[in-house]
Write a protein that binds this ligand. Structure first.
Ligand code: GLU
Length: 489
């Protein structure tokens, strides 16, 4: 049988970056074995649905460049892949379990259940549990209740005194006493299944061979094992993978520390391949020094054996930034320019300050800034002086020379020198040579002269090499900015 993995997201919010990490593992395992990756939408908790979440989820997975073999948008032999469109199936299977004596109708009212919980709490029970009251109902009582249209749920009849074994591919053999489990509701009174029933029915019907999911689902797994047994179905392999936490804490990812939703990282200015490369290492590593992975290489090297046996791994935001810088530098200036332009068009269409009609100019700017850029979104701020006149702070203009007089002298000297360069000869080597000759002749210290010129041209103190900037800005703009700075003094 071929390997079939799935992700089963619930559209109750934006797609979490942790979900994307798990998706990567599912993708790699399926592709490595020439298998299939399935997307199934688990929307049975109707109260928590967020409008538009399904479409946004699928969009973002596509934006990250990951494709799936079966599921929404692509269809497949087990359609529909949305649980709310499969309700009759769950009902049928819940009733099958009732007939087998593995599940039972429960007609208890909310009032009775609340009272029961209160009683159990007052007796100091650590967790409250259903008391199987309705398991004792006779066939006649059940049919009578049903014919009177009494509201009901169907519960799993959890056996007493059993030790349930879960054989996890990552965590190993685990045992759970059945006495700790509640008689799980399988079908709710609104006719919707709970997660527990739907996940088992669908993983079985969709012929999933490997269930890879976050550690938080481990407590549900013994219930799933009981369900598989009750149906007489083969239990798929399970692999519970670590959850993500902020560096230096045991808390889950927090919006206060940065993006959390997969889509928000792209909006923040991260490249999809950088995020994916970073995520591959959250709970997995190849056991070598290799850190740079594209999707194909990841598929080749992936194995479940190398998934970390732990509940939490650190989401190191600094490392993510490092990856992004790496991928930004790896692009040609031409391709990076396209990325930057597309990024701004998509996320900040109203804030386009750049003259996009001259992409060649932007390409030169990109070439100068590429080394410094860690996020696509930083380009706007870092490159502003290439596109518009900077604000000049007078204090900065004299910071490196020590006085107004000295800065004036420096800037006046550059003005005369540059004025003497023919427009046709306005090129980096000429500007560079003449500037160095000038400071020697005038006895200026390199730092005071070049920093003062840098501030005059850019308004900033950390920029690419100042003569590269001068060459790209062109003679007229350079002369104008020096004159403006002299006026500031
Ligand atoms: N619907 C669950 C979720 O939202 C799926 C858990 C699982 O993969 O079994 O994550």
């Amino acid at each position: 049988m071929s390997v079939r993995t799935r992700i089963a997201p619930s559209p109750t919010g934006e797609y979490h970056v942790g979900g994307l990490r798990t998706l990567l593992f599912d993708y790699a395992l399926a592709k490595k074995n020439n298998g299939q990756l399935i997307i199934r939408i688990e929307d049975t908790d109707q109260g928590r649905l967020v409008p538009g979440a399904v479409e946004r989820l699928l969009d973002v997975i596509e934006e990250y460049g990951i494709s799936w073999d079966e599921g929404p948008r692509v269809g497949g032999p087990h359609a529909p892949y949305v649980q709310s469109e499969r309700l009759d199936l769950y009902k049928k299977y819940a009733k099958e379990l009732v007939e087998k004596g593995q599940a039972y109708y429960c007609f208890c009212t909310e009032e009775r259940l609340n009272k029961l919980r209160e009683e159990q709490r007052s007796k100091g029970m650590p967790t409250t549990k259903y008391d199987k009251h309705c398991f004792g109902l006779s066939k006649e009582e059940i049919s009578q209740n049903l014919s009177q249209n009494k509201s009901y749920v169907i519960r799993l009849n959890v056996p007493k005194d059993r030790i349930i074994e879960v054989d996890d591919l990552v965590l190993g053999k685990l045992t759970f006493p059945s006495n700790d489990l509640d008689d799980q509701i399988l079908l709710k009174s609104d006719g919707f299944p709970t997660y527990q029933l739907a996940v088992v029915v669908d993983d079985h019907l969709m012929e999933i061979t490997h269930v890879i999911r976050g550690f938080e689902w481990l407590p549900s797994t013994p219930k799933h094992v009981l369900l598989y047994e009750a149906f007489g179905w083969k239990i798929p392999n399970h692999a519970h993978v670590p959850l993500l936490k902020e560096a230096g804490s045991t808390k889950k990812l927090s919006k206060r520390m940065g993006s959390v939703a997969a889509a928000d990282f792209l909006k923040e200015g991260y490249l999809p391949e950088a995020v994916l490369n970073f995520l591959m290492f959250l709970g997995w590593n190849p056991g070598t020094e290799k850190e740079i992975y594209n999707l194909k290489e990841f598929v080749d090297d992936f194995s479940i054996d190398r998934i970390q046996k732990t509940d939490l791994v650190t989401f190191d935001r600094q490392k993510l930034l490092w990856y992004n810088g790496y991928y930004i530098r790896a692009y040609s200036a031409e391709d990076l320019t396209t990325k930057i332009i597309d990024y701004h068009k998509k996320y900040y269409p109203d804030a386009l300050f750049i003259n996009w009609t001259d992409p060649l100019y932007t390409q030169q700017v990109v070439r100068l800034l590429q080394e410094r850029l860690k996020l696509l979104s930083e380009f706007q701020l870092l490159s502003s002086y290439f596109y518009s006149k900077p604000e000049i702070d007078k204090k900065l203009l004299i910071e490196f020379s020590g006085s107004v007089e000295r800065s004036s002298e420096i800037l006046n000297s550059f003005l005369t020198c540059y004025d003497g360069i023919e427009k046709s000869g306005w090129e980096l080597p000429a500007i560079d040579n003449l500037s160095h000759e000038l400071i020697k002749e005038k006895g200026f210290k390199p730092k005071e002269a070049f920093m003062t010129l840098r501030v005059a041209l850019t308004g900033q103190t950390t920029t690419p090499p100042v003569f590269d900037i001068a060459a790209l800005l062109g003679k007229d703009i350079v002369i104008d900015r020096i004159k403006d700075s002299l006026n500031e003094l």
